[in-house]
Design a protein around this ligand. Sequence first.
Ligand code: NAD
Length: 282
Amino acid sequence: MQQLLAKPVVEAVHLEVSDRVSRFKAKHGRAPGLAVVLVGDDPASVIYTTKKGQAAVAVGIHHETVEFSTQSSESEVIAAVRKLNLNPKIDGILVQRPIPKNFDAEASLYWVDPAKDVDCFHPINVGKLAAGLPGLRPCTPMGVMRILKHYGISVAGKTACVVGRSNIVGKPMAALLLEANATVLHCHSQTKDLMKLTRQAEILVVAAGKPGLVTADHVAKGAVVIDVGIHRNAAGKVCGDVDAAALAGIPSAITPVPGGVGPMTIAMLLANTVTAAEMRES
Ligand code: NAD
């Protein structure tokens, strides 16, 4: 059972991004710019935004973090995002989620200029993906596609099954697999007989947010299993949605948790920032 590790894929993406950054700088006299907006002091969000900033700097991307206290008003945050939308040095803007509960989550999807929406949450970018139009693509599902590509796993003509239909992972994941010419089965919490569908998959992507949901009975012999889930179990160990230990000998390949899909998200955010910069300057 091959372990589809993120590390070599992330290294390859970083090299590519650094090269694209150098060429962008030479042509336009500035680095691509990424702004991260953080509201509040949620410990996980603070860690994620710090990591995003460090990763950007490491590949030569100009980076700014705009921080707001938990007491900040929605209108203050919107005003800051609008300023970033107009800032010529900034090509990518990311509003770290979750945002405070008293903010309008639906309205927040429209805050960032679609041309700078490196998370690909704006309905215009969601629509472009659904319509197969060129544009920015969401980071985590794009990270999954990049892992498949890196390890030479073909998608066209294969039966792929996606478990989960969130706007962040499941739906765009199914759309990207479809765009890559897979036949896509799409499962969710209301799916009857999940196992019957997952067992048909040659590529099984699990993003259900349920630790250990996928067991040996869900997986066909020789399938490629991509585990997007990230959890901390009772013993404090990081684990995924797939009970990987129980799958020994069944799939041909699997992404481990940790060290599989997780690190891809930030790598693809960097790639998206350069893509946004290139598109804005073209
Ligand atoms: P979510 O809770 O928004 O969505 C989960 C989806 O799974 C829902 O659409 C639901 O219908 C489906 N689901 C739940 N229980 C199910 C069941 N028993 N059978 C079939 N479908 C079921 O979660 P999300 O934001 O999509 O995240 C999913 C997982 O991926 C989480 O563990 C999250 O932490 C992880 N995640 C990882 C990354 C990364 O690696 N960078 C990024 C985003 C999310």
